[in-house]
Design a protein around this ligand. Sequence first.
Ligand code: ATP
Length: 325
Amino acid sequence: MDIIVAKNLVRQFHSKPKPTGSFKLLKAIFSFQKETKNVVNNVTFTVRKGDIVGYIGPNGAGKSTTIKMLSGVLVPTSGTVHVNGMEPHKNRKQHARHIGVVFGQRTQLWWDLPLIESFKLLGKIYDVPKERFERNLEMFTDILDMSSFLKTPVRQLSLGQRMRGDIAAALLHEPEILFLDEPTIGLDIMAKEKIQTFLQQINKEKEITIILTTHNLDDIEKLCRRVIFIDKGKVLFDGGTEELAAEFEGHRYLVVDAPNWDEAAWSGPPVERRENNQLFFRIEDDKQVAPMIKQLTDLLDIHNLTVQEPKIDDVIKQLYKRIEQ
Ligand SMILES: Nc1ncnc2c1ncn2[C@@H]1O[C@H](COP(=O)(O)OP(=O)(O)OP(=O)(O)O)[C@@H](O)[C@H]1O
């Protein structure tokens, strides 16, 4: 079932043109001319219930603007968007009951209140029955490891603690869809992992559909089965992470742990790179692998040998490089 359907979505913003020539500043101030820019430019996609989709692309690509239209904060200039069968900006109140939103750079928590009080207030705003509220709070506190700071005022929380609080707050009313705009920005490895594990768990157990924008490629690797890549408001790729690797030259590698490697004695395919005692051979063709292993074992004392699947972050880096050219 498609829970999100976006068709030919466009969002324009108007801005004054950049001043050129003499009297630049005066001209810019008194100019009535405006430039119109399609920040989201004819974007079409659907998302199935229970999917985790990475919505990625370079700075200014139009990711946040799309999320704002999906969550009802912004009205599309043209095109349509249906989330859960509703048009978000037209049914804002009703829509809010079905979605959770986290903008990594902002917070929906009350700055001066202890975290737990923000949760209680949100529980009241969304009419979450007491029993359900307590069950969710206990579960989120446990998985997100929040018990030590539940009573701390939000302004005193670290970024990682605050972000965990924000994600819990977005889910207390059990929405079917969660929009996350940069949920792991600026977090340390431990906080990132807690959030990633939590998102995996609620997606699996509660079948919550998750759309996340991120510059942290590790989020994509760990969480997303599908990626939508946009640049300058247009979708450049939409598909599974495996297809992405296939399309953008993600390579498999034979990784050989060989402490006594002797380059001069080797006549097989070239070693692409070395890391400590590990040698990385790019696999161009599966038929290469067996003869290569024989050749290696005849020549060397091999401690370990594995095949490494394409790394999605390498693939995405290539994609970024390609659009920069
Ligand atoms: N309210 C606004 N008025 C005018 N221009 C805007 C407005 N909001 C966003 N923009 C412009 O739209 C473009 C896309 O912004 P958006 O925040 O959607 O990008 P993004 O892909 O989320 O980028 P980032 O990765 O940097 O967060 C940018 O050039 C931005 O300056």
